[in-house]
Design a protein around this ligand. Structure first.
Ligand code: MCN
Length: 791
C-alpha cells in the first residue's frame, strides 16, 4: 500500500533537470566526442550580395590536419538540394532554392561557401584562411519598400520580384465581420500609425552545433535543436536518407527561443560530409557566426488604421504589413507574420477587419520564429495604437480598453479574425493588476511631476493582451497551408517495480518538461513524483513527435501524457478486479489504488504492474502489458491572457529610461507548476523589455551586420531589469482536460508595448506620440527635444 499522495499539479516543485543544467554536468552536443571524429569549419562570405568568381581551396587542402575541403560542387554537384520550407503561405509564393553552400551567388553576409574538414576544430578554422575566394559585388537589397519598387535590384535573379507573397484576410470576405473601408469612411475618428518592429537575434545561450555518426546501422545525428522529430523527417526528405536509417538526438539544449526551429544547411552539410567520408564529424559555431547566420526575428513595417466612434467604441481595423524574410524562406519564416493576422484584433470586439501582409526578400540573414513569432508584433501594434486612440479621444487608456474588450460572460467568443476564444476574464486580471500597481496613485504622481516640470517624468504603460498558442489543431494549421500537423505524442511504461517511464514528443530546451510531466503522471497514476522518469529528444526512444515551439508542449504534449495515463489505468483495471476477485464495476481508482467500493480491499497500481510482469495470474486472454501511448490533437488553440502595467521614469535631460515597477497578472488557466510558470514569465518579460529598450540587429548600407557581437548587440542583464511583480488569475481552458493554457511566450508578447506605452506616456506632453524601438537614451532625448509626432 502506498501512503496518500498530495496532488502534484499546482505544486511549486523545483525542476528535476536543474542540477545538471545549472552545473553543466550534462551532455551538450559540443561535449560529444566520438572515436575518429573530424571537425568542420565553414567559410562564410562577408558580402551581402555577390557573384562568386573563384574559389581556390588547393592551399587549404594542404594545411596541417586538413582531410578535405568541399564546396557546393562537391557536396551537391547537381545543385538539387534545397533547405525545406514547411509553410508555403500562398500557392504562388516565391521559393528560391536555399543551397547547403552557395554555388555561384551569395545572398546575405554570412552565407557559407566552403567547408573545411580537419582532425581538430583549430586546424579546420586555421585552414579557412588559406581558401582564396573572389567575388563580384552585386547591389545589396536592404530596405523593404525600395526592394518592392519598380526596377529594384533582385535578390534572386530567377524570380521576377523581391515580393515573396501577399497574404490577405478580410472579414467581409470571410464572413466574420463587416467591410473595413465602409467602417473607416463612416466613423467619427480614424487614426493611422506606422510602427517599426526592429530586427532581433534570438540570443540562446548555447550556439548551434551538430555531430553526425554514419558508422552504425543507422546514421545518428546529435543536434542542439528544438525540433529533433521535424529535423529527422525533413533531413530524410531533403537528402533522401531512408527515415528509418536516421536517428536524431537533441541532448540537453541550451535554449532556443524559436531560433533553433530550423533545418540548417550546416546540419545537411554535416550529414553529407559524414556519409562521404564514412567518419563521424562535428560542426559547431562561434557566437559571431550565430549572430550572422542563425535566423533573426521580427523586422516588420506595420501600417495600422483604426476607427472608432466619439465615445470610443471601435468600428474597424486595417493592417498592412511589410515583413522582411531576409534572403530565403526559413522553415516556417513566411508563416510567422501571418500568425499575427489572428492577433491584431486582440481582446477587442472589432466589427470590421482587413489584414494584408507582403513578405519581402532582402539580402540579409533570413528571419524566422523568435519567441512569440508574429504575435508580439501584432500585440505591440494594437496595444500601441489603443494608447494613441485614447489620447485622441481624451480617454484613460484603460477605460478605452475596457469599453471594447470581450466581457467574461461573452465567452466562448468568435473574433473578427475567425478564432473562437474559449475562456477569459480580462476584468479580473486588470482589476488585480491595477490594485498591485497602485494605478490611481501613480496617475496622481504623474500629474504632480508634470505640473512641477520635474526633469524626471513618470509614464504608465498598459498592455491587456491575449495570444493564440498551443500550436495545434492540425486541421486549422492545414487550412493555413502549414505543412505539418499539430498533434503531440506520449507513451507510458509501468516498470515491474512500479516506476514509470514516460516518453514525450515535446522537446524541452529549458522549459522544465521533465518536472511538469512527472507532476502530471504522479497525479494521474497516483505514483510518487520521484518515481517518474521523462525521456525526450531522441527519435529512437520518443519515436514520434512534433517538438517544442508555439507554447504547445503542455497543452498538447502534456495532455497526450494525460491520455496515455488514462489508457494505463483502463488496462490495469480488469487486472486489478481479477486480483481482488471482484467485478470491474465495483472498483474505483484514486490516489494510485484500485479499491473495492465500500470495503478495505485494495491493490495499488504498482502491485498490478508487478502482477503484469509476472504474468502468472492474469485474466484469460490479457496481454501482459500496461504500456500505452496516445496522440493528442486539440480542437482549438490555447488563449492565455493578462494585464501588464509598467511605470517608467524618463530623465528628460539625458533620455535615460528607468523601469520603476512592472506588474503583470497573467491567466494561463490551470497551472501545473507555479515556479516554472513564474520562471517562464520572468524570462519572457526580459526578452520583451529587451526589444523595447535595448536590442537591435543593424545592417549598414552595404548589408554588413554591425551588431555581430554582444559588445554591439545590447543583450540586457538582470541588472538592467526591474524586480517584477507577477500574479495570476486562473480561468481554466475548456479545450483540454487540465484546463491549462500555454505560458512560454506570454511575457515576451505582452511586455514590449507596456514599456513603450509607458515611455511615450511620460513624455507625451513634449509633443511625442511615438519613439522607434529600441528606446535608446539618444532616441528618447531627441524625441523630448524635437517631438516625434507621426502619422
Ligand atoms: N506550464 C505550467 N502550467 C501552465 C502552462 C505551462 O506549469 N498552465 C509549464 C509547462 O509544463 C512547461 C513550461 O511551463 O514546463 C512551458 O510550457 P508551454 O507554455 O507549454 O511552452 P513550451 O514548453 O511549449 O515551450 C515553448 C516556449 C517557447 S515557444 C519559447 S520561444 C521559449 C519558451 O517556451 N523558449 C525557451 N520558454 C523558454 N525557456 C527556456 N528556458 N529556453 C527557451 O529557449
Amino acid at each position: 500500500m502506498t501512503a496518500t499522495i498530495e496532488p502534484e499539479v499546482g505544486k511549486s516543485r523545483r525542476r528535476k533537470e536543474d542540477e545538471r543544467l545549472i552545473t553543466g554536468r550534462t551532455r551538450w552536443t559540443d561535449n560529444i566526442a566520438l572515436p575518429g571524429m573530424l571537425h568542420l569549419a565553414v567559410l562564410r562570405c562577408p558580402l551581402a550580395h555577390a557573384k562568386i568568381t573563384s574559389l581556390d581551396t588547393s592551399a587549404a587542402k594542404e594545411s596541417p590536419g586538413v582531410i578535405a575541403v568541399y564546396t557546393a560542387a562537391d557536396l551537391d554537384p547537381d545543385g538539387s538540394i534545397g533547405m525545406p520550407c514547411a509553410w508555403p503561405v500562398t500557392p504562388d509564393m516565391g521559393a528560391p532554392r536555399r543551397p547547403v553552400l552557395a554555388a555561384d551567388r551569395v545572398n546575405f553576409a554570412g552565407e557559407g561557401v566552403a567547408v573545411v574538414v580537419a582532425r581538430s576544430a583549430g586546424e579546420a578554422h586555421d585552414a579557412l584562411e588559406a581558401i582564396e575566394a573572389d567575388y563580384d559585388e552585386l547591389p545589396p537589397v536592404l530596405d523593404m519598400e525600395a526592394a518592392l519598387a519598380e526596377g529594384a535590384p533582385l535578390v534572386h535573379e530567377e524570380l521576377d520580384s523581391n515580393k515573396n507573397a501577399l497574404w490577405v484576410f478580410d472579414s467581409a470576405g470571410a464572413g466574420t465581420g463587416g467591410d473595413v473601408e465602409q467602417a473607416l469612411s463612416s466613423s467619427e475618428i480614424v487614426l493611422k500609425r506606422r510602427f517599426r518592429q526592429q530586427r532581433l537575434v534570438p540570443a540562446f545561450m548555447e550556439p548551434r552545433a551538430c555531430v553526425v555518426d554514419p558508422t552504425g546501422t543507422q546514421v545518428t545525428m546529435w543536434s542542439a535543436t528544438q525540433v529533433p522529430h521535424i529535423l529527422r523527417v525533413m533531413s530524410a526528405m531533403t537528402l533522401g536518407i531512408p527515415e528509418h536509417k536516421l536517428r536524431v538526438i537533441a541532448p540537453d539544449v541550451g535554449g532556443g527561443f524559436g531560433g533553433k526551429i530550423g533545418v540548417l544547411p550546416e546540419e545537411m552539410m554535416a550529414l553529407l560530409v559524414a556519409q562521404k567520408l564514412g567518419k563521424p564529424v562535428k560542426w559547431n559555431e562561434s557566437r559571431s557566426e550565430t549572430m550572422l547566420a542563425a535566423h533573426h526575428g521580427r523586422d516588420q513595417i506595420q501600417d495600422l488604421t483604426i476607427s472608432a466612434n466619439a465615445d470610443g467604441t471601435l468600428t474597424g481595423l486595417k493592417v498592412e504589413l511589410l515583413a522582411n524574410l531576409g534572403a530565403y524562406n526559413g522553415l516556417v519564416g513566411p508563416g510567422v507574420p501571418i500568425l499575427g493576422a489572428f492577433m491584431f484584433n486582440a481582446i477587442y470586439k472589432i466589427p470590421a477587419y482587413h489584414f494584408a501582409c507582403t513578405n519581402v526578400f532582402t539580402t540579409t540573414t533570413l528571419t524566422d520564429a523568435y519567441r512569440g513569432a508574429g504575435r508580439p508584433e501584432a500585440t505591440f501594434a494594437i496595444e500601441r495604437i489603443m494608447d494613441e486612440l485614447a489620447d485622441e479621444l481624451g480617454m484613460d487608456p484603460l477605460e478605452l480598453r475596457e469599453k471594447n474588450w470581450i466581457k467574461h460572460e461573452e465567452f466562448p467568443y468568435t473574433t473578427v479574425a475567425g478564432l473562437t476564444y474559449d475562456t477569459g476574464n480580462y476584468e479580473a486580471a486588470t482589476e488585480k493588476a491595477k490594485q498591485l500597481f497602485g494605478y490611481d496613485e501613480l496617475r496622481r504622481e504623474q500629474e504632480r511631476r508634470r505640473a512641477a516640470n520635474d526633469p524626471v517624468q513618470l509614464g504608465i504603460g498598459i498592455s491587456t493582451f491575449t495570444e493564440m498558442c498551443g500550436l495545434a489543431p492540425s486541421r486549422v494549421l492545414g487550412s493555413l497551408d502549414y505543412g505539418a500537423g499539430g498533434w503531440e505524442y506520449a507513451s507510458l511504461r509501468m516498470l515491474p517495480t512500479g516506476k514509470v517511464e514516460v516518453t514525450t514528443g515535446a522537446s524541452a530546451h529549458g522549459q522544465g518538461h521533465e518536472t511538469a510531466w512527472s507532476q502530471i503522471v504522479a497525479d494521474q497514476l497516483g505514483v510518487p513524483f520521484e518515481d517518474v522518469e521523462v525521456l525526450h529528444g531522441d527519435t529512437q526512444s520518443s519515436h514520434k513527435g512534433l517538438d517544442t515551439y508555439g507554447s504547445r508542449s503542455l497543452v498538447v504534449g502534456g495532455i497526450a501524457v494525460v491520455k496515455a495515463a488514462e489508457k494505463v489505468i483502463a488496462k490495469a483495471k480488469p487486472i486489478a478486479a481479477h486480483l481482488l476477485e471482484c467485478s470491474e464495476d465495483d472498483l474505483e481508482f484514486t490516489g494510485g489504488k484500485f479499491a473495492v467500493k465500500g470495503t478495505d480491499s485494495a491493490t495499488t497500481i504498482q502491485d498490478v504492474a508487478l502482477a503484469v510482469f509476472a504474468a502468472h495470474n492474469l485474466p484469460d486472454g490479457t496481454e501482459p502489458s500496461l504500456d500505452s501511448d496516445a496522440t493528442f490533437d486539440p480542437e482549438n488553440f490555447s488563449f492565455p491572457h493578462g494585464t501588464h502595467l509598467c511605470a517608467a521614469e524618463v530623465d528628460t535631460e539625458t533620455g535615460r529610461v528607468t523601469l520603476r515597477s512592472y506588474v503583470c497578472v497573467d491567466d494561463v488557466g490551470t497551472v501545473v507548476n507555479p515556479l516554472i510558470v513564474e520562471g517562464q514569465v520572468h524570462g519572457g518579460l526580459a526578452q520583451g523589455i529587451a526589444q523595447a529598450l535595448f536590442e537591435e540587429a543593424v545592417h549598414d548600407e552595404s548589408g554588413t551586420l554591425t551588431t555581430g557581437t554582444f559588445a554591439d548587440y545590447l543583450l540586457p542583464s538582470a541588472a538592467d531589469l526591474p524586480s517584477f511583480t507577477t500574479e495570476r488569475t486562473e480561468t481554466p481552458s475548456t479545450t483540454n482536460p487540465l484546463g491549462a493554457k500555454g505560458v512560454g511566450e506570454a511575457g515576451t508578447i505582452a511586455s514590449t508595448p507596456a514599456v513603450v506605452n509607458a515611455v511615450v506616456d511620460a513624455v507625451r506632453h513634449f509633443g511625442v506620440n511615438d519613439i522607434e524601438m529600441p528606446l535608446s537614451p539618444m532616441r528618447v532625448w531627441s524625441a523630448v527635444r524635437h517631438g516625434t509626432v507621426r502619422a
